[in-house]
Ligand binder design. Structure first.
Ligand SMILES: *[C@@H]1O[C@H](CO)[C@@H](O)[C@H](O)[C@H]1NC(C)=O
Ligand SMILES: *[C@@H]1O[C@H](CO)[C@@H](O)[C@H](O)[C@H]1NC(C)=O
Length: 470
């Protein structure tokens, strides 16, 4: 009797699944009007008839492998997270993989200084003015131990596969001709470059001793920029090329260091720079990729670059939101269209925003530090709570669902004013399709056309983004 009931239940379940197909995509929606934020909607089911736009995905056309999504753990970001009474909750949200978590898989770590420092900018080899330290005897990451490393360790305990991209804003002052972290140039001579290569190795090894792996390294943040009010250092394409070829590349190989070397780390508008750096095959052999910032130029520059040099990885490493735009719908739309969909469609293996967290005053920043004074973090931490900004949702539509190791699948580009799409398959076989409707006035009706089937989706509201998962 009992077994008959079980059998009947089993058969009806199988029948139900065949009838229903159980063939549906889970739907997560964020709307420009903020009425839905990562809202888990009714599933999108397979249909026989379809109307509206066609969003097609071609599984046979496999593109780049994804390394991860996230933002920068600047000194200010680490400080504000570390000192928050809700630190654990924040870190779980940012780095966790649960239903309510953002699922950040990649962060960028400034090496001691940037324009977003809560404490006085520093490097790992600050010595009295007038001295040199070619053997790096006074090298130390102690200042990172105050709150940066503790935050990284807590993040790693939540997500042990979290990747880190490290970036210096300046070499130690004694290695520069102006003896200052702000502005100035590197002393362009062999023994200084040789020491600077050792400096990167010591940094990677010191972090390794803390149990923290540095996945990738850019050699200089914004190498075309020089400013006298915060740490910057110009590095020409010729210098970057020679430094990798003659010093850093061979040293990494000799020391068995697998940290990926990424070149450039500046605007889309200056793609001549990374082209020049890797035009020398002896340099290129050590280079894993090119890092891009989105402050000027066309957002398809990495795709154009890939068209010429397809064996070099594309990495999007920085763009910030700030008080110049506080409109949720416009931020969500731009970040989704140009950055998350835009960059992955243009071959980016990772997409990183600037500060992962800041306080309500665009800081905390130490006094008299120039650079960005109106930047906004992915979250804003204030007293004993924190807010999720539009950047959080734009990031979440990818970071929660598209995991490291995922492969992008070709999908169509409906039109400039209408739908933008990106599709991925995760290592566990789940398919993720992100669709943005950037139009400010009209809803979009479309079907997902994949695996020779149609899944109808009606009325994606203006300036909204939807992620489909199956
Ligand atoms: C690139 O980005 C920086 C931000 O660091 C900006 O100040 C600069 O003007 C941009 N470069 C160009 C060529 O527009
Ligand atoms: C939105 O759609 C309308 C109607 O088709 C069109 O006129 C407009 O140019 C589109 N673009 C934006 C950015 O709203």
């Amino acid at each position: 009797m009992k077994s008959t009931i079980v059998l009947v239940a089993l058969i009806s379940c199988i029948f139900f699944n065949i009838a229903n197909g159980n063939d549906e995509y889970q739907v997560y929606l964020t709307t420009g009007d903020q009425s839905k934020k990562l809202s888990h909607e009714a599933p999108c089911r397979v249909t026989s008839s379809h109307n509206g736009y066609s969003v097609w995905v071609d599984r046979r056309k496999r593109r780049q492998t994804i390394d991860g999504f996230g933002a920068a753990l600047t000194n200010s970001a680490a400080y504000v997270i570390y000192h928050s009474p809700v630190r654990q909750q924040i870190l779980q949200d940012l780095f966790g993989n649960g239903d309510n978590d953002l699922g950040v898989s990649y962060i960028r770590l400034p090496m001691g200084c940037s324009d977003l420092n809560a404490v006085q900018p520093y490097t790992y080899n600050d010595i009295p003015n007038g001295q040199t330290d070619f053997s790096l005897n006074q090298f130390s990451i102690d200042k990172d131990r105050a709150f940066v490393i503790p935050v990284i360790k807590e993040a790693l305990s939540i997500n042990p596969t979290l990747k880190i991209m490290a970036t210096p804003w300046s070499a130690p002052a004694w290695m520069k001709n102006n003896r200052n972290l702000n502005g100035g140039d590197f002393v362009d001579s062999w023994n200084y470059w040789q020491t600077y290569a050792q400096y990167f190795v010591k940094f990677i090894e010191a972090y390794k001793a803390e149990g923290i792996t540095i996945e990738s390294l850019t050699l200089q943040n914004e190498p075309l920029l020089s400013r006298n009010d915060y740490p910057t250092m110009k590095m020409s394409a010729g210098q970057q090329q020679a430094f990798i070829r003659d010093h850093l590349g061979p040293l990494f190989r000799q020391r068995n260091i697998h940290t990926k070397i990424l070149v450039f780390d500046h605007n889309w508008s200056d793609s001549w720079y990374p082209e020049q750096v890797i035009s020398d095959g002896n340099t290129k052999q050590y280079v894993s990729g090119v890092a891009w910032h989105g402050y000027s130029g066309r957002h398809d520059a990495p795709g154009v670059f890939h068209g010429k040099l397809s064996d070099v990885g594309m990495y999007f490493s920085e763009i910030s939101g700030g008080s110049w735009d506080t409109n949720f719908a416009s931020i969500l739309t731009w970040d989704t269209r140009i950055i998350f969909i835009g960059q992955t469609r243009n071959w980016a293996k990772s997409v990183l925003l600037w500060n992962i967290a800041l306080d309500q005053n665009h800081g905390p920043k130490v006094a008299n530090l120039g650079g960005c004074n109106d930047c906004r973090g992915v979250i804003t931490v204030q007293n004993n709570y924190y807010n999720k900004n539009a950047e959080y949702y734009a990031l979440a539509h990818m970071s929660k669902f598209v995991k490291p190791g995922a492969v992008r699948l070709e999908s169509n580009y409906v039109s400039w004013d209408d739908l933008r799409t990106a599709a991925f398959v995760n290592t566990d076989g789940t398919t993720v399709i992100v669709v943005s409707n950037p139009n400010s006035s009209k809803s979009a009706t479309f079907s997902l056309d994949i695996d020779a089937k149609h899944y109808q989706y009606n009325n994606l509201p203006p300036q909204s983004v939807v992620t489909f998962v199956k």
